[in-house]
Design a protein around this ligand. Structure first.
Ligand SMILES: *Cc1c(COP(=O)(O)O)cnc(C)c1O
Length: 396
């Protein structure tokens, strides 16, 4: 799509001009001192955004999926048992990746639209007296259904069973947009990529690694070479990279973390919550509901909108692309056709979101949905409108 419209897919997200420019760099000798000036602040900033002081940040030229693979390959051995829930396309894909690596995945099948089954996990972990489960996997924000899981709750379940399993969390569509507390939640491996909350092009895996995960590396036997955390840590400590780094993306990451931290993470989270509240108000005004089954599960970065009986959500997405040059997300897997998704994360303002809601309304009206033009936009406007900003009043 070549139009100037923002995208409303849950990644890749809109790239701010400043970040696009930061990625557009001339050739650099990555063995020169200049590279260290890029990677050092980038990793330090990511640590703050992950909420970790004791963990370390590792990047690879890859994507979020590479971060999953790196996390298991560095810390587990063939035949190891891991515990995971399947409740959407991304939790499903992570399970599939583990199985392809020869891990035994104990899968808790969970309805799509629900979150990580905390009490079921608690039961299973408490019953695992022999500590056969080596890792617990959770998808913080299931991008297929727009469901936020209770990561602190999963941590509590692990602690209540006094279980030594590693805790791996997919934060690809939450980190940098929704509160994430790697240390407070005792997350051992926190996985994300460059193209969602960090507002960059795709191309970087970003993984937070706890000290406990570092210890696991020494005995873990899954094959790893390109993704070996130790090679990466040693090379970065010496101011370099074990192979040719994606210098432009890392420079973008350094500028991205500065942007996020300058806005203030609390403000970033509040902005995402407000924008998402507007989207949810619009959906309610259309007489429709999110796929997430209760308010505590609502994601602040993506909403899967359940379409009425007799309609196919994919048509809304196709129509928006063809007629209005705007991108929304299709339903995936079990909810294909039953939902369309509105991504609302990254570089986004209230005004941009109103444009997305306006186009979604036009598409639905064109396709014969029983909605009234302006109803959703109006409901979102009520969420977004406010008087003069406090900063403007102070300047008067
Ligand atoms: C986007 C996404 C992924 C996949 O990330 P890639 O960067 O496309 O490999 C994994 N998990 C979640 C929750 C996602 O939203």
């Amino acid at each position: 799509m070549t139009s100037q419209n923002p995208v409303f897919i849950p990644g890749p997200t809109n790239i701010p001009e400043s970040l696009r420019k930061a990625c557009d760099m001339g050739t650099m000798d990555h063995r020169s001192a200049a590279f260290k000036e890029i990677i050092t602040p980038a990793l330090a900033g990511v640590k703050k955004i992950l909420g970790t002081e004791t963990g370390e940040v590792i990047t690879f030229p890859a994507t979020g999926t590479g971060g999953w693979e790196a996390s298991i390959a560095n810390t587990l051995s063939p035949g190891d048992k891991v515990l995971a829930a399947r409740h959407g396309m991304f939790s499903h894909r992570w399970i599939d990746l583990c199985q392809r690596h020869g891990l035994e995945v104990q899968i808790v099948e969970t309805p799509w639209g629900q979150g990580a089954p905390v009490s079921k996990f608690a039961e299973i972990l408490a019953a695992d007296k022999g500590h056969e489960i080596k890792a617990v996997l959770a998808t913080h924000n299931e991008t297929a259904t727009g469901v936020r899981s209770d990561i602190a709750g999963v941590r509590n379940a692990i602690d209540a069973a006094d279980h030594p399993a590693l805790f791996m969390v997919d934060g690809v569509s939450s980190i940098g947009s929704m509160p994430f507390e790697m240390d407070a939640w005792g997350v051992d491996l926190a996985v994300t990529g460059s193209q969602k909350g960090f507002m960059l092009p795709a191309g970087l895996s970003i993984v937070g690694v706890s000290q406990k995960a570092w210890s696991a590396i020494e005995t873990a036997k899954l094959a790893r070479a390109f993704f070996d955390f130790r090679d990466m840590r040693d090379a970065v400590a010496a101011g370099g990279y074990p192979y040719t780094p994606a210098v432009g993306l890392l420079n973008g990451l350094s500028v991205s973390v500065d942007m996020l931290l300058a806005e203030g993470m609390d403000n970033v989270f509040a902005r995402h919550t407000r924008i998402a509240d507007g989207v949810r108000a619009a959906i309610a005004a259309w007489g429709m509901t999110p796929c997430a089954q209760s308010a505590d599960l609502y994601s602040d970065t993506v909403t899967a909108v359940v379409v009425p009986q007799g309609f196919n959500g994919t048509d809304v997405v196709t129509h928006a692309a063809e007629c209005y040059d705007m991108a929304f997300g299709v339903g995936l897997g079990e909810v294909a056709g039953k939902v369309f998704r509105i991504g609302h994360l990254g570089s986004l303002t209230d005004a941009m979101m109103l444009s997305g809601l306006g186009v979604a309304e036009m598409c639905m009206a064109d396709l014969g949905y029983p909605i009234k033009l302006g109803s959703g936009v109006g409901a979102a406007q009520e969420v977004y409108r406010h008087g003069p900003k406090a900063s403007a009043l102070a300047a008067e």
